[in-house]
Design a protein around this ligand. Structure first.
Ligand code: ATP
Ligand code: MG
Length: 204
């Protein structure tokens, strides 16, 4: 296969993956003319210590099911096969190695993640490895996001692209809560992912 010129990277815990993630990746793909978007389920995320994250294999398989109908989407095992805590800086370094300098990488992050980007490990390197797309997310005001982008520019000289995404007020936390309480999650996540959750008794 020919080497792609423009590759999107969509990181997340995906516990479980939902339509907010999928629409964000698709709109980034279209707006930034990406050849593909690679979904990267996190291995052991350092910032999610307050609840027990599901087994990486479940999260990987749910992601694979969710992207199946989109020929431009892929899923990567890069993070779940790395031991220890998962840091974005290591992942981006690996992507640069894989694709080489001729490919433009675009890391796609939702507003909440962008707002705490300055706390990430080796943020200077993180920002130097690829382009960043900050996607709007319901509950996180665009103004605060714009202020943060200005701050990043001021501190590191990096321009982060702003992407206004079709608003989907969905979170994995809310989906886990609904399942626990026996409330329907229909039309919030792909049907095949819902079936996988039921079959494996997740989040109960
Ligand atoms: P949790 O509630 O467990 O934190 P989440 O719904 O926030 O789950 P993550 O896996 O933490 O999902 O998010 C992965 C990425 O997707 C992050 O960059 C996040 O900002 C973005 N994202 C998640 N949900 C949405 C949404 N509804 N709209 C836009 N971006 C989103
Ligand atoms: Mg989150």
């Amino acid at each position: 296969m020919e080497k792609p010129n423009r590759v999107g990277i969509m990181g997340g815990t995906f516990d479980p993956i939902h339509f907010g993630h999928l629409v964000t990746a698709e709109e980034a793909r279209i707006n930034f003319k990406l050849d593909k978007v690679v979904f990267v389920p996190a291995g052991n995320p350092p910032h999610k210590k307050n609840y027990k994250v599901s087994d990486a294999e479940h999260r990987y398989l749910m992601t694979a099911l969710a992207i199946n109908s989109n020929p431009y989407f892929e899923v990567s095992r890069i993070e779940i096969e790395r031991s220890g805590y998962t840091y974005t800086v290591d992942t981006l370094r690996q992507f640069v190695d894989i694709y080489g300098r001729d490919t433009s990488l675009f890391f796609i992050t939702g507003a909440d993640a962008v707002l705490d980007i300055l706390t990430w490990k080796d943020v200077k390197d993180v920002l130097s490895y690829c382009n960043f797309i900050a996607a709007t997310r319901p509950g996180y005001p665009v103004n605060r996001l714009k202020e943060k982008l200005a701050e990043i520019k001021e501190l590191y000289g990096t321009h982060v692209y702003l992407l206004e995404v079709t608003a989907m007020a969905i979170s994995s936390t809310e989906i886990r809560r609904r399942i626990k309480e026996g409330i329907s999650i229909k039309y919030l996540i792909p049907e095949n992912v819902e079936a996988y959750i039921i079959k494996n008794g997740l989040y109960r």
